[in-house]
Ligand binder design. Structure first.
Ligand code: HEC
Ligand code: HEC
Length: 251
């Protein structure tokens, strides 16, 4: 019984791979899960786990194969010496075509500073940066592959996310940004030199990341931490929310 179902599921995956390539599986995962994330960054993990409650064995196997397909696709792209574009394709399932993300929990990588990209990937690899999925996904990549992907994403055009913002919150955010953040995140957070591009980045991602800095689960330099702490001490979550609306409002 189990064998037959497993056999059938595998046969389907194999024929899908033959027809469209392994990437098709990643696309399916993206369509089914990534673009319908619930509203927080742990949402995807929780969502994926709850998907495993399928009543039939087929549902369960289908789910496991899909999840496995994502991991296998990531690993196989990493193992083959290929072009930077092909390496970056393994990320498109979540980070979007050429790194322009369409899911609010997932940051856009297009236009990212290459050095910052490398420190992010190394941070995930070493488990030092707060992460839901990147801790596992970054592991298979060599230093050379990371450099190649960083150069590729740095060349892509950053496209600001289209999202709703509250003008009053954004206004307070602008004030806070100018007081605490502009010195390093220049031009209202759009320069992204040595750090991520904040202006036009997905707000859900920014909010989760700022919470990570505030709680210390994502390490950063003392100065940056003290600025985030200053905002949180004075305004609590309202301050973070305001900053996020300011960055989200930048087009
Ligand atoms: C399953 C979805 C998924 C896939 C596939 C994926 N990522 Fe990510 N990525 C995320 C999420 C979610 C985050 C936020 C951190 C976290 O929660 O792990 C992230 C964060 C990042 C960041 C940090 C960006 C910033 O602004 O700080 C980088 C860099 C990154 N990913 C690179 C990659 C690369 C390179 C690949 C392909 C090899 C990849 N990701 C594949 C979901 C994914
Ligand atoms: C002293 C310079 C400095 C100041 C001031 C500073 N930052 Fe940063 N910020 C950085 C650097 C460097 C990074 C990238 C590496 C890291 O995570 O430490 C970063 C990263 C970030 C990120 C993560 C971007 C991503 O793509 O994941 C966010 C969000 C952020 N800063 C927001 C802020 C906010 C909001 C303030 C003001 C309250 C602020 N920063 C003040 C230097 C600074």
């Amino acid at each position: 019984m189990l064998r037959t179902l497993l056999g059938r599921a595998l046969a389907r995956v194999i024929s899908a791979c033959r027809e469209k390539g392994v990437f098709a599986i990643v696309q399916t995962v993206r369509e089914r899960f990534c673009e319908s994330f619930p509203n927080d960054r742990w949402g995807m993990v929780v969502f994926l786990l709850t998907q495993d409650r399928g009543k039939t064995m087929r549902n369960k196997i289908g789910f496991l194969v899909l999840l496995g397909g994502l991991v296998v696709a990531g690993n196989s792209f990493a193992a083959d010496p290929t072009t930077p574009e092909m390496l970056a394709n393994a990320c498109a399932g979540c980070h979007g075509t050429n790194g322009v993300s369409v899911g609010p929990s997932i940051p856009t990588l297009a236009g990212i500073d290459a050095d910052y990209f490398t420190s992010a990937m190394q941070g995930y690899k070493k488990g030092e940066w707060a992460s839901t999925v990147m801790v596992r996904l970054a592991k298979p990549y060599s230093d050379d592959e990371i450099t190649a992907m960083g150069a590729f994403f740095a060349k892509q055009k950053f496209v600001p996310a289209n999202q709703k913002t509250d003008p009053a919150k954004a206004k307070l955010g602008e004030t806070l940004h100018n007081q605490q953040c502009e010195k390093c995140h220049e031009n209202g957070g759009s320069s992204g030199e040595g750090a991520g591009i904040l202006a036009g980045q997905w707000m859900l991602y920014l909010h989760a990341t700022l919470d990570d800095y505030a709680s210390g689960t994502r390490p950063t330099d003392k100065k940056m931490k003290s600025k985030v702490d200053a905002v949180v001490n004075e305004h609590k979550d309202t301050g973070i929310e305001a900053l996020v609306h300011f960055y989200g409002s930048k087009k």
